[in-house]
Design a protein around this ligand. Sequence first.
Ligand code: PLP
Length: 394
Amino acid sequence: MQYLFDENGRRYLDAFAGIVTVSCGHCHPEILNAITEQSKLLQHATTIYLHHAIADFAEALASKMPGNLKVVYFVNSGSEANELAMMMARLYTGNLGMISLRNAYHGGSSGSYHFNCLRVGCLLVACKSQGEIHHVVNPDPYRGVFGSDANRYAKDLQDHIDFGTSGKVAGFIAETIQGAGGAVELAPGYLKPVYDIVRKAGGVCIADEVQTGFGRTGSNYWGFETQGVIPDIVTMAKGIGNGLPLGAVVTTPEIASVLAQKIQFNTFGGNPVCSAGGLAVLRVIDQEKRQAHCADVGSHLLKRLRALQQTHEIIGDVRGRGLMVGIELVTDRNEKTPAKVETAVLFEKLRELGILVGKGGLHGNVFRIKPPMCFNRDDADFLVDALDHAISKL
Ligand code: PLP
C-alpha cells in the first residue's frame, strides 16, 4: 500500500516510501506474515550459530548479485554497512585513502559520515579530521562543471589520486544516483573508467545501493548495472527489509577472507525476524514484477514531469530512473539559482493536498520522488496534477 493515514484518518499518498525504506509498500501482507511467523519461532539468538532464516536470506540475496559477489554480511543500517565496507577495503588493500564524491551521503556514524559531502562545512571537517577521505567532483549532468562529460570527471579523479594522495588508495565509494544529494544520476559512462583508475591505484570499488538497490531504478536490480560495472563490495539497507532495521554488505570470497582473520561481530545483524522479512521482500519483488512496474510508472512520471517543466519556469531539472526521481526548482533557469523558499512552500502545499514527498539536494531545492514500488500511473498523475496546481498558486 502506498498510503499513510494521520491520527484523524486523513489519507496521504506516500511518494517517499517512508524514507525510501518501505519499497514494497506499507503493511505488505506477505512480508507481514513472514515477520509474524518468524517471530513466533525465534526472535533472536547468538549469530555465532547460523539460523536457517539467516542462511536462506543470505543465499537468496547472493543469487541476485552478479560476478563473484557471493559473501554476505548482515548489519543493521546503511551507515554500518558503509563502515564495514570501508574496513574491508582498508584491510584488504593495506591502504588508508578512501575516495567519495561531493554531494554524497553515506551515513550518520562517525566513519560513514566522513564520506559525506553535502555541505561545505562537512567537506572541511572531512579534510581536517579524516585526512584519508578524499572528495572528488561529482559527475552531475545538471550542475557539474563538466556537464555530462564522464571522461573529464574521471580525469579529475585520476588527477586527485596522482596529486592528492600517495598514488595508492584503499577504495572508492559512490551511489549511482545520489539520493539525499537530490536524485543526481551520475553522468552515463562515469563508473567504468573510474573503477579502472581506482583498481590501478590498488583500491577496491564500493557501490552504495542503500537507495538504488532492489529494483527501484526499473530495468535493473542494482543501480550499478545501469553503468555496466561490477563492484568489489556492495552495501545495502533501507528497502532491503521494507522498513525493518537491516543492512548488508556483499563482497567476493577473496576480500571476505581478510575479514575472516579478524574479529568481526554484530549482535543484531542478520536477526532472524529481519532476515525472514528480507527474504519475503525478494520474493515480492520477483512475484509482483516490481522492476518492470518501476520502469513503466517511472517513465510515465518522467514524461509528465518533463511536460510540466515546459509550463513552469521554476522547474529547472527533471531527472531520474524508474521510481527514483528528482525535481530541481530554480528561480532563474540560466543561473540555476536554487528556489529554496519556494521549495519549502510547495513541500507544505503538497502535504496539504495529501501528498508526502522527500526534499533534499545540496541547496534543499529538490523534490525527491521515491515512492513504494506499488505506486501506479494514477498516483503519478495525481502527484503531477497537484504539483501543477501548487506551482500555479505560488
Ligand atoms: N547510504 C545512502 C545512499 C543513504 O541514503 C543512507 C541514508 O539515507 C545511508 C547510506 C545511511 O543509512 P542509514 O540511515 O540506514 O544508516
